[in-house]
Unconditional design. Sequence first.
Length: 134
Amino acid sequence: MASIFSKIAAGEIPSYKVAEDERHYAFLDINPMARGHVLCIPRREVDYIFDLDDEEFAALQLFSKRVAEAMKEALPCKRIGVAVLGMEVPHAHIHLVPLNSEKDMDFRAAKLTLEAEEMEQIASEINRFFQKKC
Ligand code: AMP
């Protein structure tokens, strides 16, 4: 059965799309740690990120780098933090989180609740900068 993230990448489940290419998809985390928290995934469904082959792993990292650059331009933040957990969804993904302080990346902290309109606006702003890089 397809993972929830495969369904998102295929457009079968809605998401706030931030970026995509042939082999990758990036979207806003629905329970963000910070405004503009993004997940980057390979379209090919692999549970554990270190089970991607070397080329796929490198391509996912490079895609995430381009997304992070767009995030940095679109959002007021000092840096983009990077993390991999995979404890909840069995489809490899990289968390990208806009940071102003180390407190912005605390997986145990209460998540933000943002209105759909704000999520759409954040996603479209990141996408605008991502498109400029393509
Ligand atoms: P983990 O697998 O531990 O890296 O966590 C999975 C992440 O996916 C969590 O931060 C969730 O909030 C996020 N998530 C789960 N379902 C969705 C969804 N349908 N859309 C966006 N983000 C999701």
